[in-house]
Design a protein around this ligand. Structure first.
Ligand code: NFS
Ligand code: SF4
Length: 632
């Protein structure tokens, strides 16, 4: 199998091989063949009597675990725990922002502030905090406290859930008992009910997983709100992508991970340290680039280039030009210090819960954020001095990438066409068929499939069918690397109807050409921005999200976070495609519930389809079915 179709990855994989550097792709090969029990979800280690495994064919091997768990129960429990893992990650990210806001309100985090007052007030209004002449600092404290209350068990529906979904969804969630008891409680409940001897009904376990995923949605919405308040709501910005954004004559620093609490301060402090970098011999000063979602956070807000994605993060080091990778948490390969040991790159961990043996740890805290950021930047400059120029091998590949299309930014562009009723142009074009429907691209790259191949094939085919594309996280990174976040891509690949709409919007926005083929709406936690647009459309039309011609896809999903997002997309009522088969095929009941019964229950359901052409056909059919339901 081809490892990647991303030209910079392809080139650096050869470099890595020649240098004897091992990457995720090599390690994947050492794992083959992967265990069939695990692949089908039929292994369990939830108690010390295990590991237990079940014969997927139930021929000669065991039909049950030692405790009696059936294949259906084992698979459902495993999937539920993945959802809990994803939810815990997003929720921790959200909680971190709430703590930052709280510290700001107490005057303990002076490097932070309210960057976007309009969004701050809009969120206060939405969550029901009256301003009553209180200072922003006081209000920030109240908002942070309300946010933190969302995490613990309480009797009320989480505020960020009930104020952000359609009335129809809320009724549905209430009827089905799917209101999470609190965001951390939702995770704890899944861990409890999936331990030995608790929930032994696969359907009930899956409902528990869906409830937890709705908690995941809630935490993600909260995270995006607080990020926008603290760091600004993104507006359209021209940036660039690929590993060619590293510069030979600069101190190259990658911010990598997820939370803008750290990366925003690094961005702010880097400006003041240009001279130090130049004094060290870097004529172009400091060059910041992003990897993974923290990269998208700073790309959306500052136009910082996105260098690469999770799967190919090691290759940034293999350029020989990366002086430091500053990481916070999530999707950071434990292998980074091993690869870096072959070069001069400093791997700098910053979070107490995310240290890596062999890395340099600089504990980052909000109360001395600026000082710590400068310390980190100095480590990068020191590392630059050790760079071996003969090993620098930056692939000559860069692409333009328009980013910054938050929900607010999209509405602002639409308002240029119709100031009184911004959503109307979008609705009109969906009704008249210029736009067949909307597809949200999300999720990771996965070493099991050729990097970017499914992403690129799907987006081109869907755009040709006049599907409006939104994208986030590694999906957006993939499109950026292939020049698909550009007006030129719209000219080349969009169907006539979609092209006309994107051109009209591009002109209204004062662009030279159309809006990009895919609208970059943010990092993975920002998937709720797309949900927000869908909710606004549904509310305006007086229907539920489950009736809208909107689908989601994670064609190369890898992480637990992608599983929890996919699950809440289904809960929100979206047909949700996954291109990598999740470990559920060992259970006929789980497969049936996720791909069929969910449709009757929630309107959303999973479409598992590794073949890109077949996946496009299924997503287009789902959009057409929805259009028919609406009579358009
Ligand atoms: Ni999302 Fe962002 Fe990427 Fe996957 Fe990881 S970086 S949070 S989980 S790999 S899309
Ligand atoms: Fe085996 Fe049951 Fe223990 Fe899982 S919980 S390891 S199936 S005995």
């Amino acid at each position: 199998m081809e490892r990647s179709i991303s030209p910079d990855s392809v080139m650096l994989l050869k470099t890595a091989q020649a240098a004897g550097v091992t990457t995720a792709w090599d390690r994947y090969e050492t794992q083959l063949p992967q265990c069939g029990f695990g692949e089908t979800g039929l292994c369990c280690r939830h108690c010390l009597q295990g590991p237990c495994r079940i014969d997927p064919f139930e021929v000669t091997g065991p039909k049950n675990g030692i405790c009696g768990a059936s294949a259906d129960v084992m698979v459902a429990r495993g999937l539920a725990r993945s959802v809990a893992g994803g939810t815990a990650s997003h929720s921790a990210h959200a909680k971190h922002l709430a703590h930052t806001l709280l510290k700001f309100s107490r005057g303990e985090a002076t490097d932070y502030g309210i960057k976007d007052q309009a969004k701050f007030y809009a969120v206060l209004d939405r969550v029901g905090i009256a301003r009553n002449g209180k200072s922003d600092q006081e209000l920030a404290g109240e908002l942070a406290q309300l946010a933190l209350d969302e995490f613990s068990e309480r009797e009320e529906t989480p505020v960020w859930l009930k104020t952000t979904v359609t009335p129809g969804r809320m009724t549905k969630f209430e009827e089905l008992g799917l209101i999470p008891p609190g965001l951390d409680s939702a995770v704890a409940e899944v861990m409890h009910r999936t331990t030995n001897g608790v929930d032994a009904d696969a359907v009930n376990i899956l409902l528990g997983a869906i409830k937890c995923a709705i908690g995941d949605y809630t935490g993600m919405y909260l995270a995006t709100d607080l990020s926008d308040i603290l760091f600004g709501t993104p507006t359209p910005v021209m940036a660039s992508a690929n590993l060619g954004t590293l510069k030979e004559n600069a101190v190259n620093i990658a911010v990598h991970g997820h939370n803008p609490v750290l990366s925003e301060i690094i961005v702010a402090e880097a400006m003041g340290m240009e001279q130090e970098a130049q004094a060290a011999g870097a004529s172009e000063g400091i060059n910041l680039v992003g990897i993974c979602c923290t990269g998208h956070e700073v790309m959306m807000r500052h136009g910082i280039p996105t260098a690469t994605n999770s799967l190919s993060q090691e290759l940034a080091i293999v350029t020989g030009a990366l002086d430091a990778a500053v990481v916070d948490y999530q999707c950071i390969m434990p292998s980074l210090p091993d690869v870096a040991a072959r070069y001069h790159t400093a791997i700098i961990t910053t979070m107490p819960i995310a240290k890596i043996t062999g890395a340099t740890h600089v504990q980052f805290e909000e109360h001395n954020a600026g000082e710590k950021a400068r310390e980190i930047l100095r480590l990068a400059i020191e590392a630059f001095k050790k760079r071996d120029p003969t090993r620098v091998n930056i692939p000559p590949v860069t692409n333009d990438a328009l980013a910054g299309l938050s929900a607010e930014a999209i509405v602002n562009v639409l308002a240029l066409v119709n100031p009184d009723d911004p959503l109307k142009p979008l609705i009109d074009n969906i009704v008249n068929g210029n736009i067949l429907g909307v597809c949200l691209f999300a999720g990771c790259n996965d070493v099991k499939v050729t990097q970017d191949k499914t992403f690129v094939e799907l987006v081109k085919a869907l755009a040709a069918e006049n599907v409006l594309i939104l994208c986030t996280g590694c999906a957006a990174g993939s499109f950026a690397r292939h020049g698909l976040l550009t007006p030129a891509a719209t000219q080349k690949y969009a169907g006539d109807g979609l092209k006309a709409v994107l051109t009209a919007l591009g002109q209204a926005a004062g662009l030279d050409g159309p809006l990009p083929l895919a609208l970059h709406t943010g990092s993975c936690v920002d998937n709720t921005r797309a949900a927000g647009i869908a909710v606004a459309l549904a509310n305006k039309l007086g229907v539920d999200i489950s009736q809208l011609p909107v689908v989601a896809t994670a064609p190369e999903a890898a992480m637990e976070k992608a599983v929890s997002i996919g699950t809440w997309a289904v809960a929100m009522g979206l047909p949700t495609h996954v291109g990598v088969v999740p470990p559920v095929t060992g259970s006929p009941v789980v497969v049936e519930v996720l791909t069929k019964a969910a449709k009757d229950l929630l309107g959303g359901y999973f479409i598992v389809e590794p073949d890109p052409q077949a996946a496009v056909a299924k997503m287009v059919a789902a959009l057409k079915e929805r259009r028919k339901g609406l009579g358009i």
